[in-house]
Design a protein around this ligand. Structure first.
Ligand SMILES: *[C@@H]1O[C@H](CO)[C@@H](O)[C@H](O)[C@H]1NC(C)=O
Ligand SMILES: *[C@@H]1O[C@H](CO)[C@@H](O)[C@H](O)[C@H]1NC(C)=O
Ligand SMILES: *[C@@H]1O[C@H](CO)[C@@H](O)[C@H](O)[C@H]1NC(C)=O
Ligand SMILES: *[C@@H]1O[C@H](CO)[C@@H](O)[C@H](O)[C@H]1NC(C)=O
Ligand SMILES: *[C@@H]1O[C@H](CO)[C@@H](O)[C@H](O)[C@H]1NC(C)=O
Length: 408
């Protein structure tokens, strides 16, 4: 509680506000040819504000963020969904938690880009309001490029340019695509029974159409395929199919694999749009999966949502029962970063290290930085990922953040 008050006072101070540059310049590779992304996901700020469990979780989550950012020096932070747990939000202050989340980033002069998750929409919390709140900070690169009730909010892309200004021909070296897999409940809406109205939990077809059209325009404009990474909160059915039909190998796809079976887009919906609990999956993410596979240059799709899964899987086959065949795209989870939300797995953050030289081969390196300051699951998402042998990830639990970390 004290922490929350102190933060409120801090952000009211005009000195900090005026120290922030008005607008950040476009993203660029560093002089050494690298660009590192730290993914923070499932932070779940704002649980049970009236209780001890909740405000305490937020203090602990801030500690995790600080630990990660002390150990790593990312060029961009991706907040990959479920920033806030809107289910328990109060109408009057549902978005103020954004300030607590971004304070460690702002202090370090870092910029970020968000996707919103299913918990970022609730009766008292709207994703539009989160975006508006984010935009009070010039450090936020989050955008909304597709309009319409069914599109969600965080559908946009960010170009990342070369380190060398002389090479600068207008074409980005890499594109980062962000998608909104929606979910949760519509803001301040009740149906005729007085029940909250569920928002579909997949990337809408209007967004898929925007994506393919925009990508085509970029390819035409720059006369080349630009390597890209994708961020979306809820994974697609391809991740579930890999997990259940093929199986995740502890040495070839190192990571925690405890959320079995994992939750995916379209979960709990019927194909006809009914969500009365009679269907387990409606297949609405098929157009999105198809677009991901048909878009050349995508190296990986990074998701959260399933706090107990932290692996990457190279989807390169037609998995039994599916209509979409993988093309070698990597489907990755990160690590539960916040103390809100379910699960007691050790907290952490997936790091993605892109180097200009490897990017040409469509290869990126990645590992998980843990709150204990160790690392785990370091792999190269290269041509032989899925065949290469790595140490298995030790499935550590987090007891409490105020404890001494002797693990890792
Ligand atoms: C939001 O409002 C609730 C209810 O008044 C309060 O308990 C909680 O502390 C507030 N949260 C913040 C971060 O100010
Ligand atoms: C955490 O790890 C980083 C990177 O390996 C290292 O530079 C730093 O000294 C470590 N911090 C602590 C507190 O051990
Ligand atoms: C919405 O916020 C109001 C005002 O704080 C609160 O009274 C109400 O319980 C909240 N409703 C839900 C569903 O969280
Ligand atoms: C979804 O995944 C399951 C395996 O878990 C598979 O049987 C099913 O055919 C898949 N459906 C689609 C539309 O991808
Ligand atoms: C992929 O990376 C792994 C780990 O660094 C390495 O052992 C393997 O040889 C690499 N594969 C290729 C094709 O470079």
């Amino acid at each position: 509680m004290l922490q929350a008050l102190a933060l409120t006072a801090l952000f009211a101070a005009p000195s900090l506000q005026s120290a922030i540059p008005k607008k950040f310049s476009p993203l660029k590779f560093a002089k050494d040819g690298t660009f590192q992304i730290a993914v923070l996901e499932d932070l779940h700020f704002g649980e049970n504000a009236w209780d001890t469990w909740g405000p305490e979780q937020d203090v602990n989550s801030v500690t995790v963020i600080n630990r990660i950012l002390n150990a790593e020096s990312p060029d961009l932070v991706v907040l990959n969904g479920d920033l806030i747990t809107g289910d328990n939000a109060f109408l009057q202050n549902a978005t103020v938690y954004i300030d607590e989340i971004v304070a460690p980033l702002v202090e370090r002069g870092l910029t970020w880009a968000s996707t919103y998750g299913n918990h970022d929409s609730a009766y008292n919390l709207s994703r539009e309001a989160i975006l508006e709140h984010e935009h009070q900070w010039p450090n936020s690169r989050t955008e909304k490029m597709v309009s319409g009730r069914d599109a969600g909010v965080t559908n946009y892309y960010l170009p990342v340019y070369a380190s060398d200004d002389r090479k600068f021909d207008g074409a980005p070296e890499m594109l980062l695509w962000f998608f909104d897999s929606r979910g949760g409940y519509y803001y301040q809406e009740l149906d005729s029974n007085g029940d909250e109205v569920a928002q579909p939990n997949w990337v809408d077809e209007s967004v898929v159409n925007w994506f393919t059209k925009t990508n085509k325009e970029l390819v035409n404009k720059y006369k080349k395929i630009i390597p890209s990474l994708v961020f979306v909160h809820i994974p697609t059915n391809a991740s579930l199919a890999a997990q259940t039909e093929i199986g995740i190998n502890a040495h070839k796809e190192p990571g925690i694999n405890d959320d079995y079976t994992l939750a995916q887009q379209g979960e709990g919906w019927c194909a006809d749009g009914n969500d009365d609990g009679s269907c387990s999956y409606g297949g609405q993410d098929v157009p999105f999966m198809k677009a991901l596979i048909e878009t050349e240059g995508i190296i990986g799709v990074f998701s959260g949502h399933d706090h107990g899964d932290t692996w990457c899987y190279k989807w390169d086959t037609l998995i039994e029962g599916m209509s979409v065949k993988g093309n070698g795209i990597n489907l990755c989870f990160g690590q539960h970063s916040g103390y809100g939300g379910y699960g007691t797995w050790i907290r952490g953050s997936r790091q993605i290290l892109v180097t200009e030289s490897k990017l040409k081969e469509k290869v990126v390196d990645t590992w998980i930085r843990l709150e204990s300051n160790g690392t785990t699951g370091a792999v190269s998402l290269n041509a032989t990922y899925g065949e290469d042998f790595y140490p298995a990830t030790v499935d550590l639990l987090s007891s409490c953040p105020t404890c001494e970390y002797t693990l890792a």
